[in-house]
Design a protein around this ligand. Structure first.
Ligand code: UDX
Length: 463
């Protein structure tokens, strides 16, 4: 099958490369000349494990190429994927669809013969109808079917998610398009993974519903974590205990500093916007968002509590800046507001991230970026583990202990067992568990739990 993928960003590149790997003939298109030049020369503009090698292998096989020339790419394509960005508009938070609509116009001008146009970009319900209308305005005789085929790729495991998906969702009521899409995803069918065919609008909504549900799961477990800290329970064990119930499921129950990234924050807001437009009250999603917003402040307060109530004049070492491990993406990373709040409270912040520092630099002012976790921790009053990179899973705690000024370890991902940290002389502050302090450590007063639970979402809420 001949396929064009418009937009060589994260989703477009992964989609195009994996489709080529399945044996399709794929052309990836982007209007950014620098990106196309980089890709043509064997470079990759994003960090995603395994992608560079997969691109190289498929370029060598002659199945994958890159171009700026959309018309040339489309000539003879059976299927065109739209995989351009839909960033939130600064004015109202609604998904900005101008890139999608521009591409629809370009497609209208360039297609020849029957073409299936696939919306891979995350777009609000009803966008497929608009794309169809735009194409037929530009080209009244166009023989196209617009299909919704949402992506569920996680950064850092995108190739695995594409090639071994939990499901593929195809939204179309057109028989011809359905058969072509099934041929595109033949490999998925062969592997026995489910392909769900729905109405186009249903498929569009599935994407938002999935992300909002997962986000709700995270806000839920984060609230339970707050409660755990007040009742001396352990959130990881609570998560295990509820996750063993197959109706709940064990995944996506890791409490942490709140969700970030390019999808959850944006998609939950966009879903709320759609609900508002239709006069539908979505209080659960609204609360999911507000619990997550309040969480960043809560994390900053947790760090302040850990060092005795104030970070004024103190140095905080932040390990990990990206919104999660195995990505260089800083979009909506909890580290951004947490660091800013610490700085506003008078802290000096030093930071280290294995991949995210080039992206973080322009977003964070007055942060001292360091070359490794140990340089970062030197002379600090608290080490804060913000992102659970592999590199932070096996830190030399003895060495770290020798470098810090005050041995306080705030583990916002619960990477370390508290007793291990305590054994190395640290006060161990985690998420959804009680703070532990070594008896031999007289230099630091343990964080005091607050007298009363102040309620999640409250700006004054403290852990
Ligand atoms: C997400 C969806 O998983 C994916 O299906 C969708 O297409 C795009 O959005 P991604 O943003 O790459 O993918 O990251 P994901 O791994 O889902 O994590 C999202 C956020 O939730 C991160 O901030 C992560 O740290 C947090 N998270 C995730 C937790 O705090 N605990 C968990 O158990 C899982």
């Amino acid at each position: 099958m001949r396929i064009s993928v418009i937009g060589s960003g994260y989703v477009g590149l992964v989609t195009g490369t994996c489709l080529a790997d399945w044996g399709h003939e794929v052309v990836c298109v982007d209007r950014d000349p620098a990106k196309i030049e980089l890709l043509t020369n064997g470079g990759v503009p994003i960090y995603e494990p395994g992608l560079e090698q997969m691109i190289a292998a498929n370029v060598a096989r002659g199945r994958l190429s890159f171009t700026r020339d959309l018309a040339a790419a489309l000539a003879g394509s059976d299927v065109v994927f739209i995989a351009v960005g839909t960033p939130p508009r600064a004015s109202d938070g609604e998904a900005d669809l101008s890139f999608v609509y521009d591409v629809a116009r370009d497609i209208g001008e360039a297609i020849d013969g029957y073409t299936v146009v696939v919306c891979k970009s995350t777009v609000p319900v009803g966008t497929g109808d608009v794309v169809e209308r735009i194409i037929s305005q530009v080209r009244p005789d166009a023989d196209v079917t617009v299909v919704s085929n949402p992506e569920f790729l996680r950064e850092g495991s995108a190739i695995e998610d594409f090639t071994k998906p939990d499901r593929v969702v195809i939204g179309t009521e057109d028989e011809r398009a359905r058969e072509i899409m099934l041929a595109v995803y033949e490999q998925v069918r062969a592997n026995g993974q489910p392909i769900l065919i729905t109405k186009r609008r249903t498929a569009e909504l599935i994407k938002y519903a999935a992300n909002a549900f997962l986000a709700a799961k995270l806000s839920f477990i984060n609230e339970i974590a707050d409660l755990c800290e007040h009742v001396d329970a352990d959130v990881d064990e609570v998560a295990e205990g509820i996750g063993l119930d197959s109706r709940i499921g064990a995944k996506f129950l890791k409490a942490g500093p709140g969700f970030g990234g390019s999808c959850f924050p944006k998609d939950t807001l966009a879903l709320l916007r759609t609900a508002q437009d239709h006069g539908v009250d979505m209080r659960l999603v609204e609360t999911t968002v507000s619990v997550n917003d309040a969480r960043k402040r809560r994390m900053a307060l947790k760090i302040m509590d850990a060092v005795g109530g104030s970070v004024e004049g103190k140095t905080v070492a932040v390990l990990g800046l990206t919104f999660k491990a195995n990505t260089d993406d800083m979009r909506a990373s909890p580290s951004l507001p947490v660091v800013e709040l610490l700085q506003r409270a008078g802290a000096t912040v030093r930071a280290y991230d294995p991949e995210g520092m080039p992206q973080a630099r322009p977003l964070m002012s007055d942060v001292e970026f360091t070359d490794d976790p140990y340089t970062c921790a030197k002379g600090c009053d608290a080490v804060v583990l913000m992102t659970d990179w592999d590199e932070f899973q096996s830190l030399d705690l003895e060495r770290l202990r020798g470098l810090v000024r005050t041995p306080v370890f705030v583990d916002l991902r619960n990477v370390y067992a508290p007793d291990k940290l305590v054994k190395h002389g640290f006060t161990a502050v985690g998420i959804g568990r009680s703070t532990q302090t070594g008896a031999d450590d007289g230099r630091h007063a343990p964080a005091q739990p607050p007298a009363a639970h102040s309620g999640n979402g409250s700006p004054a809420g403290r852990t």
